[in-house]
Design a protein around this ligand. Structure first.
Ligand code: ZN
Length: 242
């Protein structure tokens, strides 16, 4: 792991890419894993924009535990160390597939959320925005939130099936991936697009990738370093990179 420390010290533009694995350490269950949340609800219904528009109660009933308890979850060592290294100027940007807002909670400033997050909610009719805590209050009363201006249905700004990913975020992430001379990929299996493309941009532009994931990924053979345990890697960085 000293090799990783050396690479991080030398890197001029290190970008971090995080997937679900970095949040499972914080106690958030992986959506897709064996014990994933997809086994409890019909995710195709719950997270599909068309179903949501017609049956918002299905989403909000299940989301009470899934989304609206997120404020009780604390960042794990991955989030806190990434924030610390960002603060030291070693990490420049963080691209995440996660919608749990834990990077920001840990103090990271430069986060690109590929799939949005429930930090902000929007009225589907007039676009009026609402904060997480405003909506949480309503959902905790077992009610579906509707806009106080126009009566439209309110939806978290996390990307649902059937919706476009936020174009600005994709563009930013693409630019950052191309600019990166080192990309650290943390807890992503790199099978979902456009996530899977980001490290390829880095490689195509002459950068290196390092993967930390407890499962194989399709890009393992491109990685200059590969580790399995996020916990071990970040404990090492905490002790050895200051
Ligand atoms: Zn409205």
């Amino acid at each position: 792991m000293q090799k990783l420390v050396d690479k991080l010290k030398k890197a001029k533009h290190c970008v971090v890419f995080t997937g679900a694995g970095s949040s499972t350490l914080a106690g958030i269950r992986d959506f897709r894993g064996k014990d994933g949340l997809y086994t409890e609800y019909d995710a195709e219904k719950m997270f599909h924009i068309d179903y949501f528009k017609n049956n918002p109660r299905y989403f909000y009933n299940h989301a009470r535990k899934l989304f609206y308890e997120l404020d009780k979850i604390e960042p794990c060592i991955v989030h806190t160390e990434v924030a610390r290294l960002e603060n030291l100027g070693i990490i420049k940007r963080i691209i995440t597939q996660n919608i749990d807002m834990l990077h920001q909670k840990a103090g990271s400033q430069n986060v690109i959320e590929l799939h949005g997050s429930p930090y902000i909610h929007s009225c589907l009719s007039c676009g009026k925005q609402f904060s997480f805590s405003q909506i949480k209050e309503i959902v905790d009363r077992d009610e579906v939130p509707y806009c106080d201006t126009c009566g439209g249905l309110i939806k978290p700004n996390a990307v649902f099936f059937g919706e476009q990913l936020p174009i600005d975020a994709i563009q930013d992430a693409t630019n950052e991936s191309k600019a990166a001379d080192l990309m650290l990929i943390l807890g992503s299996t790199l099978v979902v697009q456009p996530a899977a493309s980001m490290p390829l941009y880095t490689i195509q532009c002459g950068g290196e990738i390092v993967i930390v994931n407890n499962q194989p990924t399709p890009l393992d053979h491109h990685a200059v370093l590969k580790y399995e345990s996020l916990g071990e890697v970040f404990e090492f960085l905490r002790e050895n990179l200051n």
